[in-house]
Write a protein that binds this ligand. Sequence first.
Ligand SMILES: [Cu+2]
Length: 163
Amino acid sequence: MNPMTLRTLLFLLPVLAFLSPARAEPVQLKALAIDQAYARATAPGQDVGVVYLTVENAGKSGDRLVSASSPAARQVTLHSTRMAQGMSSMHRQEAFDVPAGGTLQLHPDGLHLMLEGLKAPLHEGDRISVTLRFEKSGEVSVPVAVRGLDASMDMGSMHHDMH
Ligand SMILES: [Cu+2]
């Protein structure tokens, strides 16, 4: 590699890092760091979406995620997914615990935020925002990247009539 190419590369590296959506900084709210927030793209006609994220609690006391909202949806609810007799179903939760020194992890197959009454379909590459409200730490708005349909398990096969 000639020195000119190397210099060009070194110049471009910070730019590329900045452009990469995977390198989004965690959002800090007091002792909580909210990270890896993403939603799944929706199929035409589908008016519900799903959001996953992690909340790391560096503090000495536990907190609870008690509600969420988004300009992209009529309402956002807290859900858990359960398997029973080979069928997965979703159940509404009052709150998600964020243990002291621990991590709340939302993921396919487990806890998630449900976007209900989507105002527009979610397309891969879109960015929406979700506001999270914690019992003690207060509220914060986090950017949520929309990933493709294969970014998580097939939520489309789930029963949404269990709410
Ligand atoms: Cu759900």
